[in-house]
Write a protein that binds this ligand. Structure first.
Ligand SMILES: Cc1cc2nc3c(=O)[nH]c(=O)nc-3n(C[C@H](O)[C@H](O)[C@H](O)COP(=O)(O)OP(=O)(O)OC[C@H]3O[C@@H](n4cnc5c(N)ncnc54)[C@H](O)[C@@H]3O)c2cc1C
Length: 296
């Protein structure tokens, strides 16, 4: 894989690793010492740790190996943050005695292509084939317990001595009137957008909301964070929260505390998620965080 590969091939390579087309689930063993449900970082680490012990392990994943971390969380967000940081540093080049070109805007398509290349490269580590070679029986499908020592997946029944549930988290959509009709982004969709929104409202000012807000502000979106709580990053150490608050202000992010999203209206013209004018995002998660919002 190299930089010259067509961007769509990165996605093909990732999917070939994390959920290969035509994958045939193995015939189940008589009994597994361990069945792991969920192939995110937690499930994968459990498989890796169990391997050297010589125990029989099965892993069940209903979507993509690597979980949030690889596909819709840490890896894509950190790849985009890297580009966003570079943009910010180039704009501040003069402060360091360096000169950047006049045009140091972002080529969003190129930044997203790089993110997909990074994600595809890392996906080799989480690949179904690599797990199978390490002796793990990999099953794709929904895991459903059918007894105290058995779980069903895609028509097969797996018997186990121990099961580990590592099914992670998913976006938790807040119940805001109008939101569902208007449309919104979450971490499961934001890494698929094709243009920087002109305006972005992030509902929820936790770490995930802050990092996405900062990245998109640095890419040129007019970005606002709305959070219901009165204190910015209330769970963090106050000096750290203050530093981050100042950094967000420098990047032009508006932070509105004591602010709850109460309703969402579709923009004039009928499109709430017109990427050229505005977008809404929701990194809130069940066991997690989310955001969204609006348009006038
Ligand atoms: C935008 C964003 C940025 C983040 N950045 C960071 C960061 O910088 N650093 C950091 O440490 N963490 C970060 N995180 C958090 C990190 O991604 C999660 O903590 C991590 O992915 C949790 O791993 P997990 O294995 O517990 O769950 P997950 O990664 O959620 O994996 C669970 C897996 O279980 C599967 N599954 C669910 N139900 C079933 C079922 N019934 N049958 C079979 N499979 C099932 C899912 O498809 C999924 O693949 C970020 C998260 C997000 C959303």
């Amino acid at each position: 894989m190299d930089e010259g590969d067509p961007p769509e091939s990165f996605e093909q390579q990732r999917l070939a690793n994390v959920h290969p087309a035509g994958w045939v689930n193995p015939a189940p063993a008589d009994r597994y010492d361990l069945v792991v449900i969920g192939g995110g970082p937690a499930g994968l680490v459990a498989c890796e740790a169990a391997g050297p012990l010589g125990v029989r392990v099965a892993l069940i994943e209903n979507d993509a190996l690597g979980g949030n971390n690889l596909n819709t969380g840490s890896v894509p967000s950190k790849a985009l943050l890297r580009t966003a940081r570079l943009c910010a540093e180039m704009r501040a080049a003069g402060r360091y005695g360096a000169r950047a070109g006049d045009d140091c805007g972002v080529d969003f398509a190129a930044a997203m292509a790089r993110m997909r290349r990074v994600r595809a490269r890392i996906s080799r580590v989480d690949s179904a084939r690599r797990l199978a070679q390490a002796g793990v029986d990999v099953f794709f499908g929904d895991a459903v317990f059918s007894g105290v020592d058995r779980v069903d997946v895609a028509g097969a029944r797996l018997h186990f001595s121990r099961a580990l549930i590592a099914t992670g988290a998913r976006p938790d959509t807040p119940q805001i009137p109008g939101l569902a009709d208007a449309g919104y982004l979450t971490n499961e969709t934001v890494f698929d957008i094709t243009a920087v929104p002109a305006r972005l409202l992030v509902i929820g000012g936790g770490p995930l909301g802050c990092e996405l807000a900062q990245a998109f502000a640095r890419f040129g979106a007019r970005t606002t964070i709305a959070q219901a709580a009165p204190l910015f990053l209330a769970k963090e150490e106050r000096d750290a929260a203050q530093l981050l608050s100042e950094a967000l202000a420098r990047d032009g992010v508006q932070v509105r505390l004591n602010t709850s999203a109460v309703s969402v209206r579709v923009a004039r013209g009928g499109r709430a998620r017109d990427e050229s004018t505005e977008a809404a995002i929701g990194p809130g998660r069940r066991i997690t965080d989310s955001a969204v919002n609006d348009h006038d």
